[in-house]
Design a protein around this ligand. Structure first.
Ligand SMILES: Cc1ncc(COP(=O)(O)O)c(C=O)c1O
Length: 387
């Protein structure tokens, strides 16, 4: 991997130490170029001209195929969404729920997991079991907790692949095996997973996986996708429908629904400039060898943890070693509110990181394009700021 060459195509790296990819990844130049090119074509030839409409359709099809190859699934198992949360809502609001059905999830989860669970409780009388999760909990303990929580009423385990509050990677493979054995479905929040770690969704065996295009994938904000395992597509009813959900050639009185077609979740006019940007982001990522991005994130994270551990008053909350580690590193510094420290680092050192809450910490996102020098620069800045 030629880091300098890759960085030369990521403009933000020339200006600040950008370690906020877990919030929104910086789009490389080819992504911006693809968006601008598409907007130019639309405005020059006319957005509704036949060739522009046709090239828009071709862009979306090409995007589905590229995503499918990237994730090792079929394009017929992917629907395009605006973000992770939309995908999760499609599944949560589309499955057939009975009062008393149970959903297992975890205390550290994002609102995009917890709120749909509580919404479901109100609408359908389901039961949400929120299992306590420590920021650096070990993998066996997580599996044991889930095993103990499953009952004959458990219908779904809904969890992040990587916890955004601490970077803890969840033991999805083991939990998936357990879920299959017990006849429980799995919905994975892949907001911090896709583009960060290597993903082979077929091998992972999960039922549903919701993803953004904008974080570790480095596409524009406002794009994402949802994977539904082929056999389950008919079991998820679309909550919003358009002509994509029915066979064409029928009037609305005698339409024929298309339960097996994953495009039933898609509506009408969308933004082909953004889809073009998403496609270009996948192409940018395809320059990396399998495993390279993940390996580099892990190496940078280890370096960051070692440097922070040596600073008096700094405590790391992410897992320190083992399979729970990722490129997200969370820590606190005695005498500083996380948000104040984040603001000071931004203003004084041109370092872009973020604060997370419950538990309150500072979070660095270490992506493949970050460098060892940047990690050292952050550690040096934190050392200088210790009160
Ligand atoms: C774990 C997790 N889930 C969901 C989201 C929301 O993602 P999106 O904006 O793609 O819906 C985030 C965003 O930070 C996240 O970290």
């Amino acid at each position: 991997m030629d880091i300098e060459k890759l960085r030369s195509q990521i403009p933000v790296t020339q200006n600040v130490v950008y370690m906020n990819t877990g919030w929104s990844g910086p789009s490389p130049t080819p992504v911006m170029d693809a968006i601008i090119k598409r907007l130019e074509i639309e405005s020059t030839l006319g957005p509704a001209s036949p060739q522009v409409l046709e090239s828009g359709r071709a862009t979306r099809q090409d995007l589905r195929e590229a995503l499918a190859t990237f994730l090792h699934v079929s394009p017929l198992e992917l629907t395009l969404t605006q973000n992770t949360t939309e995908g999760q809502n499609i599944v949560m609001n589309g499955l057939d729920w009975k009062p008393g059905d149970e959903v297992i999830t975890f205390s550290l989860e994002h609102n995009s997991v917890l709120v749909p669970c509580y919404y479901l409780e109100r609408r359908h009388g389901t039961v949400t079991k929120v299992l306590p999760l420590e920021p650096a909990e070990d993998q066996e303990s997580i599996v044991a907790k889930v095993e103990a929580a499953i009952t004959p009423r458990t219908k779904l385990i809904f969890m992040s692949h990587i916890q955004f509050k601490s970077g803890l990677r969840m033991p999805i493979e083991q939990l998936q095996e357990l879920a299959r054995f017990k006849g429980v479905l799995t919905l994975i929040d892949g907001a911090q997973g896709v583009g960060h770690i290597d993903l082979d969704l077929r091998e992972l065996g999960v039922d549903f996986y919701a993803m953004p295009g904008h974080k570790w994938m480095m596409g524009p904000d406002g794009v994402g996708s949802l994977y539904i395992r082929e056999e389950l597509i008919p079991k998820v009813l679309p909550m919003k429908v358009s002509g994509h959900a029915v066979d064409s050639g029928h009037g609305y009185e005698d339409f024929v629904a298309k339960p097996q077609d994953i495009q039933k979740f898609e509506l009408t006019t969308t933004n082909d400039a953004l889809w073009s940007g998403y496609r270009a982001a996948i192409k940018f990522k395809e320059q990396l060898e399998v495993g390279e991005a993940e390996e580099r994130s892990l190496k940078l994270a280890s370096r960051a943890k070692a440097a922070l551990a040596a600073i008096p008053g700094a405590s790391i909350t992410s897992p320190l070693e083992g399979p729970g580690c990722t490129g997200l590193v969370t820590f606190s510094v005695a005498g500083w509110e996380p948000k104040e420290l984040v603001d000071a680092l931004e203003a004084q050192e041109e370092i872009s990181i973020r604060a997370v809450s419950d538990p309150a910490n500072v979070r660095m996102s270490l992506a493949f394009f970050n460098t060892e020098e940047e990690v050292d620069r952050v550690a040096d800045a934190v050392r200088r700021m210790v009160k």
